[in-house]
Design a binder for this molecule. Structure first.
Ligand SMILES: NC(=O)c1ccc[n+]([C@@H]2O[C@H](COP(=O)([O-])OP(=O)(O)OC[C@H]3O[C@@H](n4cnc5c(N)ncnc54)[C@H](O)[C@@H]3O)[C@@H](O)[C@H]2O)c1
Length: 391
């Protein structure tokens, strides 16, 4: 019997995978995140990893060797060459490139008739997001965006609480989070250079904070954004988090945001107050709170985005005139399958047509519109309207 892992179900029963129908997989970009993909692909009985490409010569070959996957074709100078190799008969690709290479790799893959698991953030600009969705529509292929934290049971609980009606009508959300000193440069500069990353903390972890709350409330359309972003820490050659001896070089290469804040109006008269940080002189920019007419939910922040909530959530509400607080216990981690396993499995099921697209572009385009809206608003120093063209 074949079954699928419903990525949105509260209790996920173990599905029996139909291993007789194998999917031929390619990986584009073989850096850190690709490692999480291959670890999870290797656990799936219906997957054959057949190809990989990286812009850095020899990197893809070394990657598959490290993970003991043999017979993988890697002699491609770019993702395009790999996609053009019809002998591969690729069913799906994981796109694990840096942000600036998300849109073109996704569009080229969809145009080649291949399903896509695209790492987060969806891309850098709203125009790119629209182009991805147009390619998706024309191709009829599956594309899912790599937001695995939303597959965590505690994150799902947020959506269940909102949908239960316990909070009443939602009218205000404060979300975000971040780090005191945590600009991600352990593996080089691809997260901090404009030519590779395009956006900094905003796209790296801000997209998760937005997804946590927007997914819970059904992804209403953003209408206007007043955004701010800064780079005081990234541009400082004495920033303590840079590798020894690299401060001056990294500071001069830093071309993205290390902090961002925004005030966003959402459809349905909901206000979203957002702030995100890779570096700041504060322990946390605050918990996530969702205010409703019947109850308010406090979601403790984590000191770094690790894919779940930072502690037991609390609902503040009124019972017979008394102000009470209900604690929602933390749901323990599912030791049988990681969030990456769930992300890969639910994507494969969508490719096979036996499950929904786990994280659809129809939602994430609003996430992207806010990210790129913050960047645009910050640039011109004014509120902007979000206009997404017909797709
Ligand atoms: N879902 C998660 O938990 C998670 C965690 C970390 C990173 N990410 C995302 O994954 C992406 C990659 O992150 P990373 O840490 O692996 O970065 P990385 O810089 O270590 O690796 C990216 C790799 O892609 C290659 N590449 C870029 N463009 C290419 C192209 N057109 N064809 C072939 N190869 C190409 C680069 O040469 C590099 O080796 C980022 O967008 C990041 O936001 C997601």
């Amino acid at each position: 019997m074949a079954g699928y892992l419903d990525p949105n179900a509260a209790n996920q029963e173990k599905a029996v995978v139909d291993a007789s129908r194998k999917l031929r997989i390619g990986i584009i970009g073989t850096g850190w995140i690709a490692e999480q993909h291959i670890i999870s692909y290797k656990k799936q009985p219906d997957v054959e990893i057949v190809a990989g490409a990286d812009l850095i010569p020899g990197k893809a070959e070394a990657f598959f060797k490290k993970f003991g996957v043999e017979g993988v074709k890697t002699n491609y100078a770019s993702h395009k060459e790999m996609l053009e190799d019809k002998s591969l008969k690729l069913d799906a690709v994981s796109i694990c490139t840096y942000n600036r290479q998300h849109a073109n790799c996704a569009i080229d893959s969809l145009k080649a008739g291949i399903h896509v698991l695209l790492e987060k953030p969806m891309c850098v600009t709203i125009d790119e997001a629209v182009a991805i969705m147009r390619a998706e529509k024309e191709s009829g292929k599956v594309i899912s965006i790599g937001f695995q934290p939303r597959l965590d049971a505690n994150m799902k609980k947020i959506k269940e609480i909102v949908e239960s009606g316990e909070l009443g009508r939602i009218y205000y959300i404060q979300t975000g989070g971040g780090r005191r000193r945590g600009i991600p440069t352990p593996f080089g500069t691809t997260f901090i250079e404009d030519k590779t990353a395009g956006l900094g903390a905003l796209a790296d972890i801000g997209c998760y904070s937005l997804d946590m709350v927007l997914n819970a409330i059904g992804y209403p359309k953003p209408l206007t954004v007043t955004g701010y972003k800064s780079d005081f820490f990234g541009k400082d050659k004495n920033y303590v988090g840079y590798p020894k001896g690299k401060g001056a070089e990294y500071a001069s290469l830093f071309g993205v945001d290390d902090f961002a804040a925004a005030f966003v109006r959402l459809e349905g008269d909901i206000i979203l107050d957002f702030r995100i940080s890779w570096a700041m002189n504060m322990d946390t920019p605050g918990d996530t709170i969702i205010l409703g007419t019947k109850g308010g939910l406090r979601i403790p922040s984590t000191d770094c985005w690790n894919g779940t909530v930072g502690g037991p959530m609390k609902i503040y509400h009124e019972v017979a005139g008394s102000q009470v607080c209900t604690e929602i216990p933390i749901i323990p981690e599912d030791k049988s399958s990681t969030l990456f396993d769930k992300k890969i499995r639910s994507f494969l099921d969508a490719c096979k047509g036996i499950g929904p697209v786990p994280v659809p572009t129809s939602q994430i385009i609003y996430n992207q519109a806010i990210l790129s809206g913050i960047a645009d608003s910050s640039r011109i120093g004014k509120e902007i309207e979000i206009n997404i063209p017909e797709i």
